[in-house]
Each structure stands twice: as structure tokens, then as C-alpha cells.
Design a protein around this ligand. Sequence first.
Ligand SMILES: C[S@@+](CC[C@H](N)C(=O)[O-])C[C@H]1O[C@@H](n2cnc3c(N)ncnc32)[C@H](O)[C@@H]1O
Length: 230
Amino acid sequence: MERAFPSPPDFDRVARWYPWAEKVCAGGLMARARRAFLGETAQARSLLLIGEGPGRFLNDLLRSGCPARITVVDSSERMLARARRVCHRAGRRVDSVTWVRGDVREVDLPKRCFDGVVTHFFLDCLEERELTRLVSRVRDCAMPGALWAVTDFRIPSGPMACPGRALIFLLYAAFRTATGLETRRLVDPDPMITEAGWKRAARRCFAAGLLRSDLYRLASPGGDSGSDLQ
Ligand SMILES: C[S@@+](CC[C@H](N)C(=O)[O-])C[C@H]1O[C@@H](n2cnc3c(N)ncnc32)[C@H](O)[C@@H]1O
């Protein structure tokens, strides 16, 4: 059967060195951006982590004492293996987490099941068309009032725009070579997410705007999207 989308990038190839490359290239900056809304997301009862990779955020979550039922979706078996080890080391039973190896654009996701969704450094792997579809899939599997934490690279405005654009170009080129990533352009997911019924509750920027973390809340059917978080 013909696939609706091209194969996902092969992050198995980089799973071993990915955490080290992050440390060397970004120091603790990406970790800080991921943690921007850790407190809010850790309060969820049922959390979906998409494209979680080697489990950096999962580690923070488990060590924060988050009691949520957690589902992790990632297309890379080696990344999932690393995330399982993180889970074990954090003292949580590995089988208490639902591990889904698959392409999130296509795997079955239960409807209205999650009150927290996390996509850190994942949406920037998607083309605009895939992003639109993913946003609608995430909305379908989220409960009214759910939170969605999104962290990604951004092209900053002002004097950092040029260096930011160059850095992002290099990052895409590196991942294209290393994983076969076909995405070439960074798309801002914010308009799609808000159009799909999520209201931005908070935003934090890091590294002069090169990294951005947003927290969204899905409106309830009555139109109440909950109080803003700051
Ligand atoms: C850039 S890494 C980000 C990892 C981690 N979330 C972080 O904060 O560093 C992207 C992750 O998304 C996964 N991925 C990419 N495309 C995917 C897809 N279509 N479905 C599921 N996972 C995917 C990759 O295997 C990889 O682990």
C-alpha cells in the first residue's frame, strides 16, 4: 500500500551521539527550554510525549515525581531503547510507560485520552502539510482543557535573525545528512495550533529567541480555555 507520507527520518543512526552532540553544541540551553513548563505538564494525569528521542524530558518528568500515565511515541527504536533506560534509571517500572514505536503521522492514537501533550524539538522535523495533519491528530487525542508544551528552534527577529537563519540552515543540513530528514524549512506551528482551538497560555524564549517554548491549552466545548498561566 502506498504511504501517505515519506518515511520518517532515521534517528536510529544518531541515537548514540545525539545527547552528547546536544551537550557540546548547546550546553544546557535546550534542556532549559524543555523544562520551561515542566511544572505544568507534570500535573497531567495522562501524558503523550511525541518524538521524545533519548528521553531527556522524560527523565526530568519522572524525577519531578510526575505520577501521570505516560505514552511515548517515537519512530526510532534506538531512541526508544535509550528512553527506556532513562525510565529504569529514574526508578520507574519500564512497563508502566506505554512505548509506541511508529510514525506519529500514522499510528493509532486514542481519542480524547490525554490531558497533556509534549513535543520538544519535534515539530521542526515536519513539513507544513504534515504539521497541519499532526496538529489535528493531536487535537483529536487531547481532552478538553488539555495542555500542550511545544519547544522548537525559531528564527529570532532583529540583529540575531541572520546568524539564526544560518544556524538553522546548518542544523537542517546536518540532520539531512545524518538521518535523511527531508524537511528543509522551519515552519512556525503557532498559527496552526491556535487555529485548531488551542489558546497560548504562556511563552518563554531562550538564546536571544533562537529557542522558544510555548504552552497551549485546548479550549473546552463551552469555550472556556482555562486561566492563562505565566
Ligand atoms: C530532533 S529529535 C528530538 C528528540 C527530543 N524530543 C529532544 O527534545 O531532543 C526528533 C525525534 O523525533 C522522532 N521522530 C521524527 N519523525 C518522527 C515521526 N514521524 N514519528 C515519530 N517520531 C518521529 C525521531 O526519531 C527523534 O527521536
